[in-house]
Design a protein around this ligand. Structure first.
Ligand code: NDP
Length: 283
C-alpha cells in the first residue's frame, strides 16, 4: 500500500467510452483508492468516435495517463492500440484495460471474464467443475467469458444466440479449450442447465428473449450481466422458476474493476463495499 503524500502529484487513471456519463468506474476506483490510501485520481473521458488512439496519445503526453478502462465502443480499438496482450485478451479479441509503462509500452488485458468468474465462484459460492453452463448471447462479453469459464472444467458450455452463425463461430474458435455447443433459442426448449448467464444486450433495448421458465428447472445460479436495471425480464423468469441464487452484473463490474486496480497498483481492493454501493434491489 502507498501512503497518501499530500505533496506528491496523484497518478492519473481514466475510463474511456462514448457515451461515458453513465459510467460507475470513477465511483468504484476512487472508493478503492480511498480505502487503500492510494494516491490517484480517476476520471471519465469521452472520446469522439474514430479518435480513440489520438485521445489516448494526448492523455499520455499531457497528463501522464497511467492506466485506462475501456468501455463501448472502444474495446477493439484498444485491442489494436496495445503493444502487448495477455493470452485471454487475445482469445477475447477485445480488451477492457490498458496499463502504460515508463518505457512507453501499452499493455492490454481483459478482466470481464475473470471478473464474472470470481463473482460466480467466490461471491455466489458456485463451483463450475462438471456443470452444464448456458450463455445467452454471442457478443463481446461472451468472447471474454469463454476462456476463463472453460478453464474451470465445466461439463459443457452452450452458447445460444439469435444469429446462430456467431455462436457457431465461437464454438469453432474455442473447441480446443473445451466442449462449446452452439444453438439457436428454439433448441433450448427441452434442455436444462446448472448455471445460466444472460449476456445479450436485449434488456438495454427493452426487448425480451424467446425463453421460458422451464429452462431454469435445474438451475442453481442465474446471472444477468446487465446491471442497475433491477429485476430484468431474465431475472424475473429465474425468480419465478425458483432459482435459489440470481443476481445482476454488479458483482462482475466490481470484480473486474478490482482486477484492473490490482494490475495497476499491485494491491487488490476489497469489493464488498462498492458492490453494495452499486446494488439496485432486484424487485
Ligand atoms: P454485443 O453488442 O457485443 O453483443 C450483443 C449480443 O446481444 C449479441 O449476441 C446479440 O445477438 C444479442 N442481442 C441483442 N439484442 C437482442 C435481442 N433483441 N434478442 C436476442 N439477442 C439480442 O454486447 P456485449 O457482449 O458487449 O454486452 C452484452 C451485455 O453484457 C450488455 O448488456 C452489457 O451491458 C453487459 N456487460 C456487462 C458487464 C459488467 O461488468 N456487468 C461487462 C460487459 C458487458 P446477435 O448476435 O444476434 O445480434
Amino acid at each position: 500500500m502507498n501512503s497518501v503524500n499530500s505533496t506528491a502529484m496523484p497518478d492519473f487513471y481514466a475510463v474511456i467510452g462514448n457515451p461515458i456519463a453513465h459510467s460507475k468506474s470513477p465511483l468504484i476506483h476512487n472508493t478503492f483508492a480511498q480505502t487503500l490510501g492510494e494516491n490517484l485520481v480517476y476520471e471519465r473521458v469521452l472520446a469522439p468516435l474514430g479518435e480513440f488512439a489520438a485521445t489516448v496519445d494526448k492523455l499520455r503526453a499531457e497528463r501522464g495517463l497511467r492506466g485506462l478502462n475501456i468501455t463501448v465502443p472502444f474495446k477493439i480499438d484498444a485491442y489494436n492500440y496495445a503493444t502487448s496482450l495477455t493470452q485471454r485478451a487475445r482469445d477475447a479479441g477485445a480488451i477492457n484495460c490498458l496499463k502504460f509503462t515508463a518505457s512507453g509500452d501499452a499493455l492490454g488485458d481483459n478482466f470481464d471474464g475473470i471478473g464474472l468468474l470470481r463473482d460466480v465462484v467466490v461471491n455466489e459460492n458456485t463451483a463450475l467443475q462438471g456443470k452444464r453452463i448456458l450463455i445467452l448471447g454471442a457478443g463481446g462479453a461472451t468472447r471474454g467469458l469463454l476462456s476463463p469459464f472453460l478453464a474451470e472444467k465445466p461439463a459443457s458450455i452452450t452458447v445460444a444466440n439469435r444469429t446462430l452463425e456467431k455462436a457457431q463461430a465461437l464454438a469453432r474458435d474455442w473447441a480446443a479449450q473445451g466442449e462449446v455447443i452452439a444453438c439457436g433459442y428454439e433448441a433450448l426448449s427441452s434442455q436444462t442447465f446448472d448455471v445460466i448467464l444472460h449476456a445479450t444486450s436485449a434488456t438495454l433495448s427493452a426487448q425480451t428473449l424467446p425463453i421460458n421458465a422451464s429452462l431454469f428447472a435445474h438451475c442453481a445460479l442465474a446471472i444477468d450481466l446487465t446491471y442497475g436495471k433491477g429485476l430484468t425480464p431474465f431475472l424475473a423468469l429465474a425468480k419465478a422458476a425458483g432459482v435459489p441464487r440470481f443476481n445482476d452484473g454488479v458483482g462482475m463490474l466490481g470484480e473486474q474493476a478490482a482486477d484492473a486496480f490490482e494490475w495497476w497498483r499491485g494491491v487488490r481492493p476489497p469489493t464488498a463495499e462498492v458492490i453494495k454501493l452499486l446494488t439496485v434491489p432486484l424487485v
